[in-house]
Design a protein around this ligand. Structure first.
Ligand code: ADP
Ligand code: MG
Length: 365
């Protein structure tokens, strides 16, 4: 029946777990095995690094979901001024069923009935965040429940992150069942790692969210469509997958718009996908490129424009000539743009755009 409306199964919204996760199996499994293995497994401190739209938030959510199936509760926060309180709240909320019967872990101070006035008169010793959290972890661990802390969008400017990392280091020394997953943009992570006070973090496993393999992209697009009541022609599928460049947000955008283009038709054709790609390009501009480019200097943009002349990777020697600057000057900007997650080194002296469709977008500026 062609007339039946079918709900679009693609989710081009930041943070939404897609119906089918393409790739990323190894990263998910590495962390889960780390949780199973016990204190001391290096996967228990992991940092995911990637540009906006590369799937960091989804990965943290997915791992927290899977961890729940093997007896771990998680406290999930986005780095902010209030993150320390939020972590305590999250543990209390998500671990409620295991913590309920523990009077010692009520955190607002020690309450001794009958001594009210006297106790209050005495100066109250505030528990540190580390102690509060240690008590909660201890209570959970006694019930064989581990605690997974996930911190999204890390930002070295926020002091809470350092508190968490330092405390975590102690939890590891105390052999508690605890794990710390963090995610952030390349420059934010490298700023955090350069902080000497938390040099411990440099030993964390770092995973760059590289493009997803074409075969995985094809399979996830095809299965998302067929499980939801439409089909896609083989040629159309190849074109859709290729144009995602393995970039997670584009898998959802191209999938979503191709599905919309098909309307009530049962089969998504190459023509639908072509129009879907155009619509996806517009959304990439609004949701990825505009935001990223806001944080760049004029010279950064000149560098990107110098690259956009090439059809694929660019040689640094050409870039510096096109910009009419010295090699040293150009290489400073190369580093800045790598840190922004916009370009990636390919081989000696060569760079390319890290996010698909960047070249086309830069040409419109
Ligand atoms: N492995 C994946 N396979 C398919 N789609 C994904 C995958 N990871 C993320 N997405 C989709 O990509 C978009 C961006 O994901 P998100 O986790 O918010 O990225 P980030 O946090 O890095 O900005 C979302 O629409 C999400 O549904
Ligand atoms: Mg995110």
């Amino acid at each position: 029946m062609d007339e039946e409306f079918q709900i679009n199964p693609f989710t081009p919204t930041f943070g939404s777990i897609p119906m089918l996760l393409a790739g990323r199996k190894q990263m998910v499994n590495a962390v889960l095995n780390g949780l199973r293995n016990g204190p001391g497994d290096p996967n228990r401190a992991t940092i995911f690094i990637g540009a906006r739209g590369s799937g960091k938030t989804v990965l943290l959510t997915k791992i927290a979901e899977e961890a729940a199936k093997i007896g771990w509760i998680s406290a999930n926060v986005t780095a902010s001024e209030t993150m320390l309180d939020e972590i305590i709240d999250e543990i209390s909320l998500n671990g409620a069923e295991f913590l309920e019967a523990e009077p010692t872990i009520h955190l607002t101070g020690i309450n001794i009935a009958g001594f009210g006035a006297d106790v209050e008169a005495a100066p109250k010793r505030e528990r540190t965040w580390r102690t509060q959290t240690a008590l909660l972890i201890k209570a959970l661990n006694e019930k064989n429940i581990g605690l997974l802390l996930t911190v999204d969008e890390v930002d070295a400017e926020l002091p809470g992150i350092k508190t968490v990392v330092t405390a975590f280091q102690h939890f590891v020394r105390e052999r508690r069942d605890v794990a710390l997953l963090m995610a952030g943009l390349p420059h934010n992570v490298s700023e955090l790692l350069s902080d000497k006070r938390i040099s411990f973090l440099r030993r964390a496993f770092q995973h760059g969210l590289d493009p997803i393999e074409q075969a995985d992209v094809r399979e996830s697009i095809n299965d998302t469509i067929t499980l939801s009541g439409k089909k896609i022609e083989a040629k159309a599928l190849g074109k859709a997958a290729m144009n995602t460049g393995g970039f997670p947000f584009l898998i959802q955008l191209i999938g979503y718009h191709s599905w919309e283009q098909a309307g009530l038709a049962k089969t998504i054709t190459s023509a639908h996908v072509s129009k879907g790609i155009d619509a996806a390009f517009d959304d990439m501009g609004k949701m990825i490129f505009r935001t990223t480019i806001k944080g760049l200097s004029d010279t950064d943009i000149r560098f990107l424009k110098a690259m956009s002349v090439d059809d694929s990777e660019s040689a640094m020697a050409d870039i510096k000539d096109r910009m009419n600057v010295s090699e040293g000057y150009a290489s400073q900007y190369r580093l800045r743009l790598i840190e922004q997650g916009l370009i990636a080194p390919v081989s000696r002296g060569k760079v390319e755009f890290a996010i698909p469709m960047t070249r086309e977008y830069i040409k419109t500026l």
